[in-house]
Design a protein around this ligand. Structure first.
Ligand code: AMP
Length: 420
């Protein structure tokens, strides 16, 4: 199958050939014709399977074919994403896929000056990639109008519709024209989110390019049981033992991220950090340095879990398990992208067994355990089963009253009685 056979115009297929995209991926093969036909789409596709091109290519084509000058401060297509890093990355893809097309595109997110974004909007924009908070700021300042929006994409849709974003998304929905094309793309869709999403869509094409909530099969996954306080030490040990090149490590808290980076620095290992307390330029710089191979270990909170496309990243280490099971799928999806293989190892302590069980239930697998010699957990991590449950230790059979009375009687009394 070729991109041309999906209905894409020459200008776009030539760009794809230059990017060495020869065949459409599964999600692209299904999404491109549906979007070109103007249908609403709900697509579940594993991360790294080319979903960005799946919605961007046909949207760009529709914008070109519809033609016309975009009115000032207006936007014709909106792509909403949950994080600033993802906004940058998706916009880079938009620019690459739209090379040579007569379209104006832009990216807008918070944490940087709003003025250049307002300036860019003055002449109108065909396709805008944005995070919801900054988009609302721009709207409040009358820098952007939504009456010409003809297409809306929610990338990482389940995240965009969950509690953290739902207020902003509700506000935006109320401002957008009812008559529009809506596209929802995500690697994971929980059932409540699926129901909510259904309300935003009109007669959607449902695409399940891969089974729901699964992790990529080419990623070898395992856990190492360990005591909580020994995790940093075990991380250093695994780095040395496996001789991993680049590693993306996920840690639960911002403080935890900084502590691990401090430890790596002290050992002379090139590392950097991404978390919500860091100014945006520093976050982007850390990611760029990691992508360029200048940094061996990038330590991050879940702000880096979704969507980030890092070429040939071989290993993801969950130093802490994610609180939300779906984030496990997103984190591991940073490796094994575009058909490559990868490894994802999780350091799991006894406190985290419920999180482990939830991940296993979601992904339908029991993660193999591999003890690391010298790091065996003193606080045993209970076994889990295929149903995502923690296997309780079998209870001792109950004693009868007489047996209990006998057992409870102090030994010393027995002795006394015996002597009589
Ligand atoms: P995404 O899932 O959109 O983040 O894309 C994952 C990676 O696959 C990116 O590095 C894309 O450049 C690459 N990619 C997307 N579509 C194709 C394709 N049809 N052929 C080859 N590579 C692709």
């Amino acid at each position: 199958m070729s991109f041309a056979s999906l209905g894409l115009i020459d200008q776009i297929t030539r760009t794809l050939a230059a990017l060495h995209y020869h065949t459409p991926t599964a999600v692209q093969a299904q999404a491109i014709p549906a979007v070109l036909a103007g249908r609403d789409v709900m697509a579940a596709a594993q991360t790294g399977t080319g979903k960005t091109a799946g919605f961007t290519l046909p949207l760009l084509q529709r914008l070109v074919m519809d033609g016309g000058q975009v009115a000032s401060n207006s936007v014709r297509a909106l792509v909403l994403v949950p994080t600033r890093e993802l906004a940058e990355q998706v916009h880079e893809s938009v620019r690459a896929y739209g090379a040579g097309l007569p379209l104006r595109t832009m990216v807008a997110y918070g944490g940087v000056s709003i003025n250049p974004q307002m300036m860019r909007l003055r002449k109108g924009v065909d396709l805008m990639v944005a995070t919801p908070g900054r988009l609302l700021d721009l709207q409040r300042q009358n820098a952007v109008r939504f009456d010409r929006v003809q297409a809306l994409v929610l990338d990482e849709a389940d995240r965009m519709l969950d509690l953290g974003f739902s207020r902003d998304i509700d506000k935006l929905m109320a401002l957008l024209p009812d008559k529009r094309q809506t596209l929802l793309f995500s690697a994971t869709f929980s059932d409540p989110i699926r129901a909510l999403a259904g309300k935003l869509l009109h007669d959607p094409v449902n695409i399940e390019a891969t089974p729901r909530n699964t992790t990529v099969r080419a990623i070898r996954q395992w856990i190492v049981p360990v005591d909580k306080k020994r995790k940093p030490e075990l991380f250093l040990h695994l780095l040395a033992r496996h001789g991993w090149g680049q590693v993306l490590a996920f840690v639960k808290t911002r403080k935890g991220v900084d502590e691990l980076v401090g430890l790596l620095d002290a050992k002379g290992l090139a590392s950097d950090a991404i978390h919500g307390d860091k100014p945006q330029p520093a976050r982007l710089r850390a990611l760029e340095r990691f992508k360029a191979g200048e940094v061996r270990i990038l330590v991050a909170t879940d702000v880096a879990a979704r969507g980030l496309d890092i070429d040939e990243l071989p290993v993801v280490v969950n130093v802490d398990l994610p609180i939300v099971a779906e984030d496990y799928v997103h984190r591991t999806g940073r490796t094994g992208r575009a058909g490559a293989s990868g490894e994802a190892v999780s350091l799991v302590c006894a406190d985290e067994v419920q999180l482990l069980a939830a991940i296993e239930a979601l992904t339908g697998q029991v993660l193999p355990r591999q003890e690391e010699a010298g790091f065996e957990a003193e606080h045993r991590v209970p076994q889990t089963n295929a149903g995502g449950q923690v296997v309780k230790k079998p209870k001792k059979p109950k004693k009868s009253k007489q047996e209990k009375a006998r057992a409870d009687a102090p030994v010393v009394q027995e002795d006394v009685r015996f002597r009589r």
